[in-house]
Design a protein around this ligand. Sequence first.
Ligand SMILES: O=C(O)CCC(=O)C(=O)O
Ligand SMILES: [Fe+2]
Length: 287
Amino acid sequence: MSATTSENPDLFTSVYKHFRRLSDTECYTEAYSIVNHPTVFQQCPITISIDLDPSLGLQPISNWSLYSCKFCDGLYFLSNPFTSTGQRQWIDRCINIYARQTKTSVGDNSNNENLSRIRWATLGYHYDWTNKIYKQDDHTKMPDELAQLCKIIMQVISSSTGCSMMNAEAAIVNYYHMNSTLCAHTDHSEYDALTKPLISLSFGNAAVFLIGGQTKTECKPSPILLRSGDIILMTGSSRLCFHAVPRILSDPLLNDILYKNIDDNDEVCWSYIHDKRINVNVRQVYS
Ligand SMILES: O=C(O)CCC(=O)C(=O)O
Ligand SMILES: [Fe+2]
């Protein structure tokens, strides 16, 4: 990895700091979205059709749009895969099931009293944050619905792009408050990161997601706007690229799109998600 010097500056961190300083409105304008920056995306036709289990909360595949990102080789953006009901169901699972696992940032959270403090939960093979490894014997069952969702997403993307399939063996659920950030990092603890794609689901408020090169000095990172229901897929060389989340952005449309006419059960979810973002990051750990 090349060291940061005056001739070789840390371009990643300067763009990260730039987004830290912007207003929400400026972030919405600068971060890449299909609507505001169509030229940085290239649409990939989806030809496959699959019968979908309604419990996955997905739109018919004919409504999905898949794009490759011209600014990062191997990175794909999948727009519009979920129904609004489906998004509410995934938010509900993240809050009421996944956040109650024993492996969370607040320990055993089965009574949910620490819900507002929770920062992450791990599923499947649990990530050991200190040693940055997964252990074969530290494993709980991957939730069936999440494994099924990832299988469908992989079938669609693989049939359109030729990328290899991925078995959902581990997930990190990230719970962000409006002032949370995620520093620059690469996810390389998995056995075969380069050939096994990573699926990343976004729910709740929006985020600026930065993705750069395999070092922090080789190029400026590009900003992508991630909104509720968006999916990104890191395949091939993008799988080894530095990425970060410098900003969570309040999404003024969230209530209208997701929680109009809510019932009592959804009201609990809204009171959690209205000022949060949830990201579900799914990986294959072993070959
Ligand atoms: O929140 C995100 O969109 C990215 C999360 C991430 O990069 C990770 O958990 O490794
Ligand atoms: Fe990551």
